[in-house]
Write a protein that binds this ligand. Structure first.
Ligand code: ADP
Length: 692
């Protein structure tokens, strides 16, 4: 139970403000559906009561001759005759009448039976023939009628009604915001969430840790929003828009909100995909509406998250020949951005992870002319973010933000926030009074690998394979110079597929050399190579590894120009259409690429295998220890297989020290520069006086 709870909490992921706060969640529609179902069911049952028993013509003749019938109704559209019996005749047919289902009507007033006929005319002729010996006043005559059953209803007016209801529902769904029933009229309204008045943004720059450069750049916008006159009086032009570029969860939304919070202005927030709708022209209408609303609230900020949903370069992503609704939306956005004057006080901020796919028109001066990069935080940034999110927690004394930040390489701000929350939940579940380092350790594992699957059944044999597989990664990483040092390796099953994983400490770097990529490839292949060496067999466990190295190898050859045979060539086309099926190279080149990729991977595999065969004793030791302990850290590795043979920072502390030293050196440099500058200034000020 507790496990489940935590699972749910994990998904929580710090909800952003709900985009449509006031929309009743389909209560009205729900009632409509229920009413419809009840109506249909009751019609069905009512129609059941009209099911009459048919009788044979012979039996009917008897009834006529015995004067047992009180009424005959020819149902023209069904070719039957409904027979109503006289009261005194009813007991005679009691048994047959009781047989009939839903006999409410058949028992009393009738009709009681039905008789299939060929046509009304032939029936009447036969009836007359049958009664020709009966005195005229005792003869029975048939009247005619038409009857619409449930099916007639459904095929006729029912179908029409259903269609109307269907169309109505369709618009309901698509209309989005607005009161019930009004959606169709609101479809062109912008779906932005407005933070104003009571719900004003309260986030300030203090809530945004790290990102110092971004904050500095954006400070100007805050100043402008606070006091636009100061800028415009000097004839200066303020950027209309700023584009925040960076991976998800790095705090782009947070930063934009902080700008609004600092400046104390209303904040319109929406996502690029909110513009996109099935109907042509809706996106453009929403853009116009958004700007209309914003003008009323100016000065204000419009924040468009994931702007690439509308802002992709025109022609890209569209099926060839298709008239793209998104293009209209983008055009309208461009027009609106041009349309408002710089002093109108509206600033547009947008976030994207893919600035390369954006239409160049969006990035022109006068639109999003400012690009602010919001990258994943480095070790110093992570520490700062940890500090922000640790603040509300009750911590035990062993929690050190420095160490936490060192253990979370590659984490974005959102993940760090998640770790902190998760750690607090874990501690609470254990009934602790303060969150300690162990809780954080577990929280990090959970955020990286997903939930621990304690009761996932793994046979001892499989476990052995996993242990050797992971040990293979670890050993390869340990003895390859350019690979990232290992932080931790575990064979506790987690998440959906992972049976174990090895976590490395990546360097904070943006450029990779060929050797690094090759070494990384070898580390990734280490798992399969180990299985191969130890068991002489391979397993499916390496699928994920293989996928990664295949992608990497193809990128090396076709994107990064890292292959000798193909040379310095990159086939990557950042502006091209996604649906471009024409490869920009010939069949021969394609074959060459495939061959080269295969060769790269083959070489790397052989190299890994050689390395692991050489270190087989160490591999065995590590795998056995893993089977015993399930989790091993870097220190264990040092103990078991010896120091890493490369002069590289291996432990967190050393790594941090290195970073700190770098920082110090930078500061020293800055100080020196400042000194030099102030000296230069004093020299400058002295000279004029001297010349006087
Ligand atoms: P993005 O818009 O880049 O996808 P968000 O701004 O929505 O990311 O960030 C999600 C959450 O992550 C924030 O609400 C915040 O709790 C946390 N977060 C991200 N970056 C930072 C940061 N630099 N400082 C503090 N918290 C951060």
């Amino acid at each position: 139970m507790a496990e489940n709870n935590s699972g749910d909490n994990r998904q929580q992921d710090f909800p952003k403000q709900s985009r449509r706060p006031n929309v009743p969640s389909g209560g009205f529609q729900g009632w409509l559906v229920v009413a419809l179902i009840i109506a249909l069911v009751s019609i069905y049952f009512l129609s059941k009561t009209r099911v009459l028993k048919s009788i044979e013509p012979l039996q009917f003749e008897q009834m006529v001759l015995n004067h047992e019938i009180s009424k005959l109704t020819i149902i023209k559209n069904k070719d039957i005759v409904e027979i109503t019996l006289k009261k005194e005749a009813l007991p005679k047919y009691k048994a047959e009448l009781n047989d009939q289902q839903g006999s409410v009507m058949t028992q009393g007033t009738g009709p009681h039976f039905e008789l299939p006929i060929n046509s009304a005319f032939s029936f009447e002729t036969e009836l007359n023939d049958l009664q020709k010996d009966i005195p005229r006043e005792q003869r029975i005559h048939a009247t005619s009628d038409e009857r619409t059953g449930i099916f007639d209803f459904l095929m006729g007016p029912g179908l029409l009604i259903l269609m109307f209801v269907g169309i109505y529902f369709m618009f309901f769904r698509m209309g989005g915001a607005g009161g019930p029933g009004g959606q169709i009229f609101n479809i062109g309204r912008s779906r932005a969430t407005l933070f104003d008045g009571e719900a004003k943004v309260k986030i300030t720059f203090n809530d945004v840790a790290g990102l110092d450069e971004a904050k500095e750049e954006i400070q100007e916008i805050v100043e402008f929003l606070k006091n636009p006159k100061k800028f415009t009086d000097l004839g200066g032009k303020i950027p209309k828009g700023a584009l925040l570029v960076g991976p998800p969860g790095t705090g782009k939304t947070l930063l934009a909100k902080a700008v609004a919070g600092e400046a104390g202005v209303p904040f319109f927030s929406l996502s690029g995909s909110d513009f996109v709708e099935m109907f042509v022209g809706v996106g453009a209408a929403r853009v116009r509406d958004l700007f209309k609303q914003a003008k009323e609230k100016a000065p204000c900020i419009i924040f468009i998250d994931e702007i690439d949903a509308v802002g992709r370069s025109r022609g890209r992503g569209a099926m060839p020949g298709a008239n793209d609704e998104r293009e209209n939306t983008l055009n309208s956005l461009l027009v609106e951005m041009d349309g408002f004057a710089t002093d109108s006080g509206i600033i547009i901020m947008a976030a994207t992870n893919r600035p390369d796919v954006l239409d160049s028109a969006l990035l022109r001066p006068g639109r999003f002319d400012r690009q602010i990069s919001v990258d994943k935080p480095d070790i110093v940034g992570r520490e700062a973010i940890f500090k922000v999110h640790l603040k509300p927690l009750k911590l035990s004394s062993d929690v050190d933000p420095k160490e936490l930040s060192a253990q979370t390489p590659g984490f974005a701000g959102a993940e760090i926030a998640n770790v902190c929350n998760e750690a607090a939940l874990i501690a609470a579940r254990r009934g602790k009074t303060a969150v300690d380092m162990k809780d954080f350790q577990e929280a990090m594992d959970r955020v990286i690998g997903g939930l621990e699957k304690k009761n996932k059944l793994i046979s001892p044999e499989e476990k052995k394979i996993v242990a050797y597989h992971e040990a293979g990664h670890a050993i390869a990483g340990w003895f390859l110079e350019h690979a990232n040092p290992l932080v931790k390796v575990t064979i506790v099953p987690r998440g959906i597929a992972a049976l174990g994983y090895a976590q490395y400490l990546p360097k904070e770097q943006f450029l990779y050399r060929t050797e690094q990529l090759i070494d990384e490839m070898c580390v990734t292949l280490g798992g399969r190579a180990a299985e191969d060496i130890i068991f002489g067999k391979i397993s499916t466990g390496a699928q994920n590894d293989l996928e990664r190295i295949t992608k990497l190898a193809y990128s090396m050859v076709t994107i990064y120009g890292m292959n000798e045979k193909l040379g310095n060539i990159s086939y990557y086309d950042s502006k091209g259409s996604e649906y471009n099926f024409n490869k920009p190279y010939s069949e021969t080149t394609a074959r060459e690429i495939d061959e080269e990729v295969r060769a790269i991977i083959q070489n790397a595999y052989q190299r890994t295998k050689d390395l692991l065969t050489e270190k087989r004793d160490k591999l065995e030791i590590l795998a056995q220890e893993l089977l015993k302990k399930e989790v091993l850290f870097q220190s264990d590795l040092e103990r078991l297989v010896g120091e890493r043979p490369f002069a590289q920072l291996t432990t967190y502390q050393e790594f941090i020290k290195g970073e700190e030293e770098k920082e110090k050196a930078l500061e020293l440099e800055k100080e020196q520069k400042a000194n030099e500058e102030s000296q230069a200034e004093s020299v400058e000020t002295e000279t004029p006086e001297a010349s006087k």
